[in-house]
Design a protein. Structure first.
Lengths: 169, 108
């Protein structure tokens, strides 16, 4: 019973956070409401009994990545006068709703034909650190290493792109 | 499907992920600041990864492949945020603006 209320709360909070992200004018407010979305998504993952991803979502995504983005927004020191004025914002929103509603109707019709899924109790150790870790380091070792190379490339690229130009040349 | 057992169904999570994804597309198309567009792209990634988690929980629970994919999506999102933010900083240094309309020098 309480799980149902938790599900509704998390779903409502994350949709509200996403709406805030697209409707707030200042990027700082948008990023803060996106943090709300990410934290409720972590709760959603916990409801899907994925304990490891729940923790990683909270620590890495809502913690590290979002604090990086917030730090950059503060670093750029964006004032209200720097922001572009968006006169047709609500007009765009209405137009978007009109365009998307037939697609949403089709999607709802299509999704009804999917299998309903297994509602049974899942085994106790699903999604634990041991199971996911064994799968990650046994079957998915090569993609894991490729992702680590990607992160290294991103690190070097960030230093090259954002580093000071002309300091020693 | 009653309203009280709605979280036992795969369909709910799929519709939820589609809502997050389409809000992300809308934000990416309509935000006028570079950082706003970047965060909207992150929202699209989050909507995809809830799909992976729901499919893994309901349809293929034995190997936790969907969770591996969610982990990889997080790594991609971290790399994207790092590169995107450093591009934003470089653009801001050059043009002194975050408004995409002011970046008119990008045309050839």
């Amino acid at each position: 019973m309480i799980v149902t209320y938790m599900f509704f709360g998390f779903a409502l909070l994350s949709i509200l956070g996403a709406l805030g992200l697209i409707l707030f004018k200042h990027p700082m407010n948008g990023a803060m409401s996106f943090v709300v979305t990410l934290i409720s998504l972590a709760g959603m993952y916990a409801l899907l009994s994925a304990k490891l991803i729940f923790a990683i979502q909270l620590i890495v995504y809502a913690g590290a990545i979002m604090s990086l983005i917030l730090f950059i927004i503060m670093f750029l020191n964006i004032q209200a006068k720097d922001l572009p004025d968006e006169p047709g914002r609500w007009f765009y929103l209405g137009g978007g709703i009109v365009v998307i509603s037939p697609i949403a109707y089709l999607l709802l019709k299509m999704v009804k034909s999917l299998p309903a899924g297994d509602t049974g109790i899942i085994e106790q150790d699903f999604g634990g650190v041991k199971e996911v870790g064994q799968l990650l380091f046994r079957d998915w070792l090569l993609p894991f290493e490729i992702v680590s190379i990607l992160l290294l490339v991103a690190l070097v690229g960030a230093v090259v792109l954002a580093g000071k130009r002309g300091a020693n040349t | 499907m009653s309203l009280l057992t709605i979280h036992h169904y795969l369909t709910t999570y799929l519709v939820f992920g589609a809502m997050l994804f389409s809000l992300g597309i809308y934000g990416l198309l309509t935000r006028r600041t570079l950082i706003g567009m970047l965060i909207a792209a992150e929202l699209m990634l989050a909507g995809v990864s809830i799909n992976f988690m729901a499919f893994n929980r309901f349809l293929a629970p034995d190997p936790a492949v969907g969770q591996i994919f969610a982990l990889f999506i997080m790594a991609i999102a971290a790399a994207e945020a790092a590169i995107g933010l450093s591009i934003v900083i470089a653009v801001y240094r050059h043009f002194k603006t975050v408004d995409t309309e002011d970046l008119i020098n990008l045309k050839g």
